[in-house]
Design a binder for this molecule. Structure first.
Ligand code: SF4
Length: 97
């Protein structure tokens, strides 16, 4: 079922949407980087391929409206907390086994 939400501030933050998923992309042996994807398929490159964004930029992904937005909680508090914990650049992480 399609829904359309508009947040009070007039902005939707993808980071607060249930469809915004965190994933790891391998970068050399035993290293990975964090990316986010829209599981509803809304992020696309010009030629139609799926687009991933660097995790540290996730708080910048905002829209005026989205038919598939499903909020996970109160936006303002969520984004404020997220900004405190996000890395400031595209970090490389080591796999731990
Ligand atoms: S469904 Fe819409 S609001 Fe949710 S992550 Fe995708 S583009 Fe963002």
């Amino acid at each position: 079922m399609e829904k359309e939400y508009e947040e009070e501030a007039g902005k939707i933050y993808c980071a607060n949407c249930v469809h915004c998923k965190l994933l790891r992309t391998q970068n050399g042996s035993n290293q990975y980087q964090l990316r986010v994807r829209c599981a509803a398929g809304m992020w696309k490159k010009k030629l139609g391929e799926e687009k991933f964004y660097k995790y540290f930029t996730v708080a910048r992904r905002s829209l005026d409206t989205c038919d598939y937005y499903e909020p996970m909680g109160e936006t303002k508090a969520f984004i404020k907390d997220l900004k405190k914990t996000l890395p400031i650049k595209d970090e490389l992480y080591a796999e731990s086994y």
